[in-house]
Design a protein around this ligand. Structure first.
Ligand code: SF4
Length: 316
């Protein structure tokens, strides 16, 4: 529905995305090194995005040494309702309404890079992209920590920065400045930025330099064993996306998933598969002779059932 130009009915409009912002009713948490990338970029396509990020830095509301994150009053409102996709107040500040596009596309964060309004292969496609998002978010966060250590920030400061943005801010009490979308007090600002106060652009560009010049082995050591865990998880969700589960069981209650039809004079059945383990519809339909279907009773692999028959199944 995102791409529909038709005006929705009242009933439909609740389920649709905001007509102005589409699905960009989300303020991303942009890590410091990507902010640096935007500031360095001299191409025309990023001019608008660069102005927007500079405005965000100068506002002294959502910019910290770890990046330009969603302001706390935004996160509080965002996480308390179902405004995503609907409310104008949730519109992304980096979304260009005139050309209906993202002004920082090349530098969007882990969430924006992996979110789609529709997924190939439905739920399985979504599981795969969620896994990729988790992986990128982990790497993003580790890189930010590494950069801040290199730039001389203490562990205590880094822990404080982590309490902001979508993952960090958990309905804590908003300061009066945050509630009114005002800049941090001068005292708080200087405490946050330390010796980098007044040199914010330099900090973001230095963050970019650290990542741009990082060797693969350093990247690997920063992300450690966790990245291996996520890589395996992604690989398995990618394979699941494309595989027929090893054991099939006919669900006699789900009549809607079964379509009988005739082929070359024989009775056939087409079944849409459903995964009981994660309650997900699989993007696979298989066709079998009707006589074979009852043999899928959840006790043996479908390959055994097939091997004992003269038929080869066909995924469609
Ligand atoms: S950063 Fe870009 S992709 Fe992400 S919400 Fe904003 S406009 Fe949309």
């Amino acid at each position: 529905m995102l791409c529909s130009s038709k005006k929705p009915s009242k009933e439909e409009s609740k389920a649709e995305f905001n007509q102005t912002f589409k699905c960009c009713t989300y303020h991303p948490d942009i890590p410091n090194f990507l902010v640096g990338g935007i500031l360095y970029d001299m191409t025309d396509e990023i001019t608008d995005g660069k102005q927007r990020i500079i405005k965000a830095i100068e506002s002294k509301i959502s910019s910290r040494p770890n990046g330009v994150y969603a302001p706390n009053n935004y996160v509080a409102m965002y996480s308390s309702g179902d405004a995503f996709g609907h409310a104008d107040s949730m519109g992304c500040p980096f979304y260009n309404k005139q050309n209906s596009n993202c002004s920082i596309w090349k530098y969007r964060d882990s969430v924006c890079s992996t979110w789609f309004c529709k997924y190939q292969q439905n739920d399985l496609g979504q599981i795969f992209w969620n896994d990729v998002e988790e992986y990128l978010a982990e790497i993003q966060s580790n890189l930010v920590d590494y950069i801040l250590i290199q730039l001389g920030f203490s562990t205590a400061s880094i822990m404080t920065f982590k309490q902001h943005g979508h993952l960090g801010f958990r309905h804590k009490i908003l300061t009066s400045e945050e509630q009114d979308s005002l800049p941090m007090s001068e005292e708080d600002y200087n405490k946050t930025w330390g010796t980098w106060a007044g040199r914010e652009i330099e900090l973001y560009k230095s963050s970019y330099d650290i990542v741009a010049n990082m060797s693969k082995s350093t990247l690997r050591s920063i992300n450690g064993v966790e990245s291996e865990f996520y890589e395996n998880k992604i690989q398995s969700s990618y394979l699941n996306k494309n595989m027929l589960p090893p054991i099939l069981k006919l669900n006699t209650l789900k009549k809607s998933n079964v379509r009988p039809f005739k082929k070359e004079g024989l009775d056939f059945i087409e079944i849409s598969l459903f995964n009981d383990e994660n309650a997900k519809h699989l993007p696979v339909k298989v066709q079998f002779p009707a006589s074979l279907v009852e043999k899928f009773n959840g006790t043996k692999p479908w390959s055994d059932v097939i091997n004992n028959s003269s038929f080869a199944p066909r995924s469609i």
